[in-house]
Design a binder for this molecule. Structure first.
Ligand SMILES: *Cc1c(COP(=O)(O)O)cnc(C)c1O
Length: 430
């Protein structure tokens, strides 16, 4: 498609990156189920390997089906390029890899997906990296946590398990002042609800496993680059600004300009870390992106109705949905995610741990699973599952106390979902 900048979101989510297949005219993007691509001749092969020409070599690095998805997500996020990978957690490592080195650190919000807290608290230490967790509502604390070895700030636009909205613009200003990139995990908001790059973010990461695919079929991740960061402004990012020994001294930023980070992600990141998305997964996620705005509108509409209903119910203690006027984050929704606060929230059931377990067991439409962003409504009782290993204090801090359940509201009939919650709450109270 040409002139993409003039089209609206609904058009771009279907067409961006895709064109009729040049070989067959196939209208839907074919699944290029191939590992390798025949070189025209030896000179062509050499040019590709030297990064002098862009093309397909081997599917660990690039694949035409995956390339369409990369261009589509980059377009929807307002970025210049994107690299897809095998999962959301892979995307986080891929995003940090060009920025980090032994002894370097990141600053991250205390309110993050549980798996990300684990990855940043423990696993990255094996690379010699570290993370300082800070309350992102305390801007002075965020500033104070930055030191000479800090290489990025990381937060979620709408934080899992729901209710907390990050003031992306305010945190981006702090990152700018420190000369480091802001990375926003936009998984739970999606580019339909929030565009972090418009609010000053440098990089956006996704678990495409969730809303972008939309129906719980494949895992995947994506790193989107805004193309706006000057990697050569200081000496903090040698992987992008200094000669790369594995490419005969090529300097990525000097050679590829605003596409430096994306090229590095493919030429070094995927080549050497190998966290590649396969073309089948890209196909499912491309199908998902075509209906993203339609689904997100319904997710939000249903979540608003159900959160409002739960808030008034006597069997419920509280609901943490930023779309409710009672939420401390209600005002921020208009600034950060004007089309709605998403489909994910938590609520506390009177009767604590035992009532939550009964509720989860009694639900018929909601599925008890460790996932979110599915067309199906999902529920999880964190204290007895994902946060089971934590102390009571840690559970409370994570918003996963014993009396709290997390829901990911699907696109079913809201009335059916409310009826299901109603009957299950009765059983939980008995
Ligand atoms: C699920 C999730 C991840 C991790 O993604 P995977 O695809 O499961 O690896 C990261 N961030 C958020 C907000 C998530 O919901």
């Amino acid at each position: 498609m040409t002139n993409e900048t003039n089209y609206g979101f609904d058009t771009l989510q279907i067409h961006a990156g895709a064109r009729p297949d040049p070989a067959t005219g196939a209208r839907q993007t074919p699944i290029y189920q191939t590992t390798a691509y025949v070189f025209r001749d030896a000179d062509h092969a050499a040019a590709l390997f030297n990064l002098q020409e862009v093309g397909f070599i081997y599917s660990r690095l690039t694949n035409p089906t995956v390339a369409v998805l990369q261009e589509r997500i980059a377009t929807l996020e307002g970025g210049v390029g994107a690299v897809c990978c095998s999962s959301g957690h892979a995307a986080q490592i891929m995003a940090l890899f060009p920025l980090m080195g032994p002894g370097k650190n990141i600053i991250a919000s205390t309110r993050l997906y549980g798996g990300t807290v684990t990855q940043f608290s423990h696993t990255i230490k094996r690379f010699g990296w570290s993370c300082t967790f800070v309350d992102f509502d305390d801007l002075d604390a965020v500033k104070a946590a930055i030191n000479d070895d800090t290489r990025a700030i990381f937060g979620e636009a709408i934080a899992n398990p729901g209710g907390y909205i990050m003031d992306v613009r305010a945190i981006a200003d702090i990152a700018d002042e420190a000369g480091i990139p802001l990375i926003v995990d936009n998984t739970t908001a999606t580019p339909f609800l929030c565009r972090p790059i418009d609010l000053g973010a440098t990089l956006v990461v996704h678990s495409t496993t969730k809303y972008l695919t939309g129906n719980g079929t494949v895992t995947g991740g994506c790193v989107v680059d805004s193309g706006k960061f000057d990697w050569s402004a200081n000496d903090k990012f040698p992987s992008l600004s200094q000669p790369e020994p594995a490419y005969h001294g090529l300097k990525f930023h000097e050679t590829f300009g605003n596409l430096a980070y994306t090229f590095h992600g493919i030429a070094i990141g995927l080549r050497d870390l190998g966290m590649t998305m396969n073309p089948q997964a890209a196909h499912y996620t491309l199908m998902g992106t075509e209906t993203l705005s339609l689904r997100m509108e319904r997710h939000v509409e249903n979540a608003e109705k159900i959160a409002a209903w739960l808030e008034k119910d006597e069997r419920v203690d509280f609901v943490t949905y930023a779309g409710l006027k009672s939420s401390p984050y209600f005002e921020r929704v208009a600034k950060v995610c004007p089309r709605g606060a998403g489909g994910l929230f938590t609520f506390a059931v009177k009767g604590g741990y035992d009532a939550c377990v009964k509720l989860v067991n009694a639900l018929e439409i909601f599925s008890h699973v460790a996932n979110l962003g599915d067309t199906r409504s999902l529920i999880i009782h964190s204290a007895s599952t994902t946060h089971r290993q934590l102390s009571a204090e840690q559970q409370e801090a994570a918003g996963a106390g014993p009396g709290v359940v997390r829901v990911s509201i699907g696109t079913e009939d809201a009335d059916d979902l409310i009826a299901d919650l109603d009957q299950a709450l009765s059983k939980a109270a008995s």
